[in-house]
Write a protein that binds this ligand. Structure first.
Ligand code: 5RP
Length: 218
């Protein structure tokens, strides 16, 4: 079965977490796009919707769903987002689409974070997927050198600017044995805006679409 169908299964399963009157946070990516496609039928149940990227905002608005800023609503009841890698401990790598900073803010502001992935994303250890790190542009080379010292191989995502006006380094070949420790350590490097490890605020629920249905990890 194609991973698109697995993604769709996970996305549809996430609709089951919507309750009447909630504020919904919407992530970014192809799996979330499938979730957004299903949202118009549920929009009347939502008090407000907050988005993690210009891409998702545009898609939501195209479908007639109003998007408000996080500052207008305070906390988010339910946040639904995808991931590039996920473990059974619900630690994630995110940022393949470059939206990691706003995604981390929304995840941090949410009471419940439901992560939707296809089965290829479920891994034993994080790190085969290059770790996205959003950096302030003037700090790019400095941060890249720190990543080399940490054992990684940073590649500048050229011709890409984040919604926040920053740049992305994709760091290959990292051994992420302890995601919480590495997230803490990389967050201390001056010039790093956000590291794509989501371990301090991991997912609360992981919905893994596979060929037979959806596995729920909590
Ligand atoms: C964007 C993300 C996405 O959630 C992640 O890249 C997964 O994307 P997709 O659903 O297209 O596989 O973190 O910044």
């Amino acid at each position: 079965m194609k991973s698109d169908e697995q993604k769709r299964r996970a996305a549809v399963a996430a609709l089951g977490y919507i309750k009447d009157g909630i504020t919904l946070g919407v992530g970014t990516g192809s799996t979330v796009d499938l979730f957004i496609d299903e949202l118009p039928a549920h929009a009347h149940r939502l008090t407000s919707v907050v988005s993690s990227s210009n891409r998702s905002t545009e898609k939501l608005e195209r479908l007639g769903i109003e998007v408000v800023s996080l500052s207008e609503v305070g906390d988010i009841d339910l946040y639904v987002d995808g991931a590039d890698e996920a473990t059974k401990h619900l630690h994630l790598i995110k940022g393949g689409g470059g939206a990691l900073t706003r995604e981390k803010v929304l995840a941090g502001a949410s009471r419940r974070f439901v992560c939707i992935v296809d089965s290829s994303k479920l891994v034993g250890h994080l790190g085969a997927f290059p770790l996205p790190v959003e950096v302030v542009p003037m700090a790019r080379s400095f941060v890249a050198r720190q990543m080399i010292r940490a054992g990684g191989q940073p590649i500048w995502r050229q011709d890409f600017v984040t919604d926040n006006g920053n740049e992305i380094l994709d760091v290959h070949n990292l051994r992420i044995a302890n995601p919480v420790e590495m997230e803490t350590r990389f967050n201390q490097i001056p010039g790093v805006v956000t590291v794509g490890i989501f371990a301090h605020r991991s997912a609360d629920v992981l919905l893994v679409g596979d060929d037979t249905g959806v596995r729920v990890l909590e």
